[in-house]
Structures are given as structure tokens and as C-alpha cells.
Design a binder for this molecule. Structure first.
Ligand code: SAH
Length: 349
């Protein structure tokens, strides 16, 4: 199978170009064209011979949008195909300042959280850095965006299918690629990585030299209950996660965020709010509440909007910084893994 040209860093591409006897400035041209979303055949400022040579060895754009669904609220969901026939999804959200793209880092997921559709069939495989980048590039081109100042996507969240820190090396290289000056150059300040709490990798990320926003999926302030919602809680205690967050803050100066999906009767009682306040008050953190998008294969239920505001009120009155995230894209299977699940069902019916 051909290699994915987007897996190469600028330095790796430069040395490849030198190896095949081409002038070094070609590397810059090709790197920029790749990150704009061009195929080799569209790179008309390089010779046909070189284009063909590269095309024999590499795939330029191996990630393609094969389906897009627009929600009534403006959210758009993409299904991306990969070169081996697998599919992953991404969600585009329009905020005041521009588009945010939510990307997937794995096909499927090993974590099997009780509310999430991504883990329904386990982990199929990791994405490579170039494939994660390919989602961004395909969406940016779809929107008519170009590189740097002309990009359309200005924020990225790693909250699609998969656990980014369970695919640590490729995720890290993706973060470097997507924020590199020669490419689409999205500021690391505008990138958020969400993890279910793989504690050792949280320390690695803090030491990695990339400065992205850290988001941790908490979903319960009680270890025993968290184990029922998130199997990974059998490996790491909440106190260990909080220590890793403190380390992340010390290293990066960045406030961290906790995601908390509200599940009716499970984690949205006064007792839960009180414990969250006890755990988090005084920390440089923010709590993002999300109303559950019910997944038909899972039994958990979401509460009403009123329930969510009541819980939010308890947290803010208790001194926490917290918000309720707008529920977006519900009509288009907006939650992680839902669209892919539907697609797989349709294909196998
Ligand atoms: N594995 C990482 C990244 C996946 S994003 C992590 O666990 O953080 C996970 C986030 O997606 C959750 O914190 C939650 O905010 C959201 N999510 C997943 N399934 C959902 C659902 N059914 N309803 C609402 N939010 C969901």
C-alpha cells in the first residue's frame, strides 16, 4: 500500500526530496500544497515527472469526505473515508469567531464508556498523524479555506471517536503538524485534547513541549461509580487524575477543563454536585456540563434541560466555574461514534 504523504513532517519531506535528487525549495512547495488539500495531479507548479514519481510512492489526500450532514442548528457532521476502507467521523461547529472541528483519533475505541457509541465495537485501529491531519485538511478545503491566515478552521478539539492518549505518538505528531508554521498553522492555544484520564500519558503530554488545552472526561466524582460509567476508572483513581492535572497546569500554565455528561439519576444529584465542589473548588479549572445524547445501543437516559440548569446552578453557587454546553447536532447523530455506527449498520444490513 502507498504511504500517506501527510504523515511526513516538514523535515522528513525535506530529506526525502533531497534523497530523490530534487532541489530543496521543492519540499516547501509540496508541503504547502499537501496541507492545502491538493492531490499531486493538482500541483501544477512542479514538473509532471516529479508529480508522477511522488504519486507512485505516496497518497496525497488519503482522507476524503464521503458524507456530510447538516443539522438545523448549523452543526455539520462529516464521515471521512480512510485508504483501507475504514471510516471515521468529525463534527464542524460554527462559533462566533469561526469554525471548530472535532476530529477522531482512532477507528473505534478501547475505552467502552457506558454512554458512548464509539466503543460499541471496540478498537479497530489507531489513526496515523497524517490521517488525523487529513480530517482537518479535507474539512478546511471543503469550506474553501487555505493555509495560515486564510484557514477556515480556527479551533480543533480532539473529542471525536477514540482516546487520543491511547494513540499517544501519532496524536502528538499530529499536534505538531497541524500547528507547524509551514502548514495550516492552527495555534496550539486553540487546540483542546480530551482524555478519559490515562494518567501516565497526561504526564507525558505535560512534558512533551506542545501546549494544548487539556480536557478530562470526569462524569462522576466518586471512584466506584465512575468505574461503572468508565471502565478505565478501574486503572486510575480520581485523585491521581487531579494530581496529573495539577502537574499539567504547573508545566503549561493552562487552566484545565472537566467534561461531565449528565446522566439522569446516575450522576446528576445534589450529592454529586456537593462532591464535585469539594473536589474541584479552588482549582484552576472549569466544568463543562453536557446533556447526554442518548445512544440507542446504550441504556442510559439523559435528563431535561431544566435538570441540567439545576445542576449547573448547584455548581456555580458552590463556587465552581461551570457552563452547560449547547446541545448541538442532536438530529444528525451528533455524539461520538453515532454516525459511524449508523453507517456501519446501513452497510451491513
Ligand atoms: N476519549 C476521549 C475523547 C472522546 S470525547 C475522552 O473520553 O475524553 C468524549 C466526550 O464526548 C465526553 O466527555 C462527552 O463530553 C462526549 N460524549 C460522548 N458520547 C456522548 C453522548 N452520548 N452524549 C453526550 N456527550 C457525549
Amino acid at each position: 500500500m502507498k504511504k500517506n504523504a501527510l504523515d511526513l513532517s516538514f523535515d522528513e519531506l525535506k530529506s526525502h526530496i533531497a534523497d530523490i535528487g530534487e532541489k530543496s525549495f521543492r519540499a516547501g512547495q509540496i508541503f504547502r500544497a499537501l496541507h492545502k488539500g491538493l492531490d499531486f495531479s493538482e500541483m501544477t507548479d512542479i514538473s509532471k515527472t516529479l508529480r508522477e514519481k511522488l504519486g507512485e510512492e505516496f497518497n496525497a489526500q488519503s482522507v476524503k469526505i464521503i458524507k456530510s450532514l447538516k443539522s438545523a442548528d448549523g452543526t455539520e457532521k462529516f464521515l471521512f473515508s480512510l485508504s483501507d476502507g475504514n471510516v471515521v467521523e468529525g463534527v464542524l461547529m460554527l462559533y462566533k469567531y469561526g469554525y471548530t472541528l472535532c476530529v477522531s483519533t482512532q477507528v473505534g475505541c478501547r475505552m467502552n464508556c457506558a454512554f458512548c457509541a464509539s466503543g460499541l465495537n471496540g478498537l479497530i485501529r489507531n489513526l496515523t498523524c497524517g490521517e488525523i491531519l487529513g480530517e482537518v485538511i479535507a474539512a478546511n478545503r471543503y469550506l474553501g479555506g487555505d493555509l495560515a491566515d486564510k484557514r477556515k478552521i480556527i479551533n480543533i478539539v480532539l473529542m471525536g471517536s477514540g482516546e487520543p492518549l491511547d494513540n499517544y505518538d501519532e496524536t502528538l505528531k499530529f499536534l505538531q503538524l497541524v500547528s507547524c508554521q509551514e502548514g495550516i498553522n492552527i495555534s496550539q492555544r486553540n487546540i483542546s485534547l480530551s482524555t478519559c484520564g490515562l494518567v501516565p500519558r497526561m504526564y507525558d503530554l505535560a512534558d512533551s513541549g506542545v501546549f494544548v488545552n487539556l480536557t478530562v472526561s470526569l462524569h462522576s466524582p466518586f471512584d466506584e461509580e465512575r468505574k461503572r460509567i468508565m471502565p478505565i476508572a478501574n486503572s486510575y483513581k480520581i485523585s491521581e487524575i487531579l494530581d496529573a492535572c495539577t502537574y499539567y497546569f504547573e508545566k503549561t500554565g493552562r487552566r484545565y477543563i472537566f467534561e461531565y455528561v449528565l446522566i439522569k439519576g446516575e450522576n446528576d444529584t445534589e450529592k454529586h454536585a456537593a462532591e464535585l465542589i469539594k473536589l474541584l473548588k479552588g482549582r484552576p479549572c472549569h466544568v463543562n456540563l453536557i446533556r447526554l445524547n442518548e445512544v440507542k445501543e446504550r441504556t442510559l437516559k439523559g435528563g431535561t434541560e431544566k435538570d441540567a440548569y439545576r445542576f449547573l446552578g448547584l455548581l456555580t453557587t458552590g463556587g465552581l466555574s461551570a457552563t452547560l454546553r449547547r446541545k448541538m447536532g442532536e438530529d444528525i447523530d451528533g455524539a461520538c461514534g453515532q454516525l459511524r455506527q449508523r453507517y456501519i449498520e446501513e452497510m451491513t444490513e
